[in-house]
Ligand binder design. Structure first.
Ligand code: ADP
Ligand code: TRP
Length: 323
């Protein structure tokens, strides 16, 4: 069973990204063959500044490694280091009806948000399908917003196999990240674009300031409180053990506890978990050659598969190559 996912390098990761996506990625490395790549070609649809894209790309690599991705287990690499991906994307485009792409919800959403309606943005789902199919991936862990793209990938695999009469491409299945939506400081979904994030690599003081600014209601200290309606509790349950969470739940309902206490505990939990990893990230950032070696080794492993699949694809559709 091969697991694959792509991560857009689009800025500092926050608790929503970690608990909603990255944590499951890292856990899957135990027990599955895992490929994780940095989707820099996809990000080129929104970031068109060379220095910034380079920086964002190496930032994601550092983030994943610092959070525990083990390069001996999972292959971590840049999308752009596997040229077969863009080659396959073209071939998939030739068997895919334009109507399929017209139905893509994320294209419409992005254009509504002001992102340039480039051909690249329109073509995004085809490139994503190539990312997945080039490794004969079985399972693709993603958030809900990406499920339509995986369904389109399943369709494209079918179009190719039917057109050329061979089962060359493997149908992938989405695996939904089970973590519910992580709320931000204001209680809305935590998101970079809402300015309500708690990033995962904040220095201790900034983290404390942010955590203290989590919006809570004005229930007096003495009164019982509803843990289900509290943003601070929603974050606490992600970071604390189940036993500790249960104890806080009891204290909420009993009354006599202020939100300040919960936030204080959140600050401690944040620092105990992310503080250590922040150090590890700083150490890795000081050794860029080592990180580059990890990415190259990941690309080498991924490419062994990509070359084989691309060979089968070319053969199935009659593209003659001299190699
Ligand atoms: P953002 O909304 O900050 O731009 P992205 O859309 O880049 O985040 O999300 C990257 C990954 O993180 C996706 O898999 C998404 O499902 C997950 N994710 C982002 N925000 C949250 C959240 N608040 N709760 C749960 N998962 C999230
Ligand atoms: N589109 C995905 C996102 O925005 C990133 C991505 C690109 C991806 N290629 C992929 C995810 C292939 C899974 C598989 O989050």
């Amino acid at each position: 069973m091969r697991v694959l996912s792509g991560i857009q390098p689009s800025g500092a990761l926050h608790l929503g990204n970690y608990y909603g996506a990255m944590k499951q990625h890292i856990e899957l490395q135990h027990g599955h063959e895992c490929f994780f790549f940095i989707a820099n070609y996809h990000t080129l649809t929104t970031v068109q500044d060379a220095a910034r894209l380079r920086q964002l790309t190496s930032d994601v690599a550092l983030d994943y490694l610092a959070m525990g991705l083990d390069p001996a287990k999972a292959a971590l690499f840049r999308q752009s280091d596997i040229p077969e991906v863009t080659e396959l994307a073209w071939i998939l485009a030739t068997v895919t009806g334009k109507g399929l792409l017209d139905r893509a919800v994320s294209y419409k959403d992005k254009v509504e948000r002001g992102i340039a309606a480039s051909m690249g943005l329109y073509f995004y789902p085809v490139l994503m399908a190539a990312d997945i199919l080039i490794y004969r991936s079985n399972l693709v862990p993603v958030g809900k917003d990406q499920v339509q793209h995986i369904e389109m990938t399943q369709d494209m695999a079918g179009y190719f196999n039917n057109t050329f009469g061979r089962e060359v491409l493997v149908r992938p299945e989405p695996k939904l990240n089970e973590a519910a939506v992580v709320p931000g400081l204001d209680g809305q979904k935590m998101s970079k674009s809402y300015g309500n994030s708690i990033e995962i690599f904040l220095d201790a003081r900034t983290a404390e300031k942010k955590i203290k600014s989590i919006k809570t209601d004005s229930t007096p200290v003495d009164a019982p409180k509803d843990p289900g309606a509290c943003n601070a509790f929603a974050l606490l349950r992600l970071m604390a053990t189940p036993e500790e969470t249960a104890e806080w739940e009891r204290r909420y309902r009993a009354g006599g506890m202020g939100y300040g206490e919960v936030k204080k505990r959140l600050v401690e939990l944040y620092e105990a978990f992310f503080g250590q990893r922040r150090e590890r990230r700083a150490q890795l950032a000081a050794r860029p050659d080592e990180v580059e070696d990890i990415l190259r080794d990941g690309a080498r492993r991924a490419r062994l598969v990509a070359e084989q699949v691309m060979h089968d694809v070319r053969e199935a559709c009659g593209i003659v190559t001299v190699r």
